[in-house]
Design a protein around this ligand. Structure first.
Ligand SMILES: COC[C@@H]1[C@H](c2ccc(C#Cc3ccccc3)cc2)[C@@H]2CN(C(=O)Nc3ccc(OC4CC4)cc3)C[C@@H](O)[C@@H](O)CN12
Length: 272
């Protein structure tokens, strides 16, 4: 049907099929939930089912104290260098204690490099509860910032998924069992653990999982038991062990939704 047909009256001689009032309309382009948010909801549901409470992590800027010092990370540790960490401009700090631990270093504000900074602060709050310590399980899934080289699988910011359990006489077996239960809920039956080093956990284990869809072992993240040098100064009672682990949200999201370049997870969809 054209304008010429309408203006000339030719349309009246043309055969038209009957109007189908039952025809469905064209599906309008509509919004989609972001893959990262869908993956975050999946992890959050699993943690809540397992009795974990969510930590408040709505502050990206942390003092180095909670991001590093409280986690027994020495002040000369390379991770503190500006090439790994985004420091935030700050007011002039105090003179420092003048011995090898510098308060001025601990006061430097930064964009948290891991959500373990929040876990540290939450553990301190747990240890100093008015009614005293009580066992707890908490988690967070939130942004962290690393001043590192960008590539197809690494951005300067990503989401860390972290779980923490504080309880009396808990052992590495409880950590392994908890991780096996968590990943079983994601459809992953086989986990393997490899000893590793971490400044704030001992023993520490790298976590690997067998992904049947990809038919390969994947590095999942790290885990361990927070060192006594960390938990005792917090004020947690002797005998309380703190188990913790972390992984990223982007990696499982990219695997689940078949996304090869992490940049496709952020910014506008260029194929629109
Ligand atoms: C600087 O980058 C670190 C990040 C990120 C990571 C690693 C460790 C921690 C931690 C921790 C920790 C340890 C002890 C106590 C508290 C926290 C957090 C994030 C991922 C951790 N990684 C990662 O997420 N891999 C992963 C996770 C889930 C997954 O699920 C599939 C459905 C089966 C698949 C893969 C491993 C790699 O991607 C690694 O190259 C990148 N890692």
């Amino acid at each position: 049907l054209t304008m010429d047909m309408l203006t000339s009256g030719e349309w009246e001689e043309l055969p038209f099929k009957p109007y189908n009032f039952d025809a469905l309309g064209a599906v309008p382009a509509r919004g989609h939930l972001h893959p990262l948010l869908k993956m975050r909801s999946e992890f959050r549901q699993i943690f809540l089912e397992m009795g974990f409470a969510e930590m408040a992590t709505n502050n990206y800027v942390e003092p180095s104290f909670w991001n590093f010092d409280s986690l027994f990370q020495p002040q000369q540790h390379p991770a503190r260098d500006a090439h790994d960490t985004f420091y935030v401009k700050q007011s002039t700090g105090s003179r420092g204690y003048g011995y090898n631990w510098q308060l001025i270093e601990a006061e430097k504000n930064l964009l948290r490099t891991h959500t373990t900074a929040v876990s540290a602060r939450t553990l301190y709050q747990l240890a100093t509860r008015p009614n005293g310590f009580k066992p707890a399980k908490f988690f967070t899934i939130d942004k962290v910032f690393r001043n590192e080289a960008l590539d197809a699988t690494h951005l300067a910011e990503f989401h860390q998924v972290e779980g923490v359990i504080a309880n009396v006489d808990f052992t590495l077996g409880d950590l392994i069992g908890t991780l096996q239960e968590l990943f079983r809920k994601l459809g992953i039956e086989e986990l393997q653990f490899k000893p590793t080093y971490s400044p704030y956990t001992e023993p520490s284990m790298e976590i690997y999982c067998y992904h049947s869809g990809l038919a390969e072992w994947l590095e999942v993240g790290n885990s361990g038991i927070f060192r006594p040098e960390l938990v005792l100064p917090m004020g947690l009672p002797p005998g309380v062990n703190v188990l913790a682990w972390g992984l990223s949200l982007e990696r499982p999201t990219m695997i689940k939704y078949g996304i090869n370049n992490i940049s496709d997870l952020v910014g506008p969809r260029v194929d629109l």
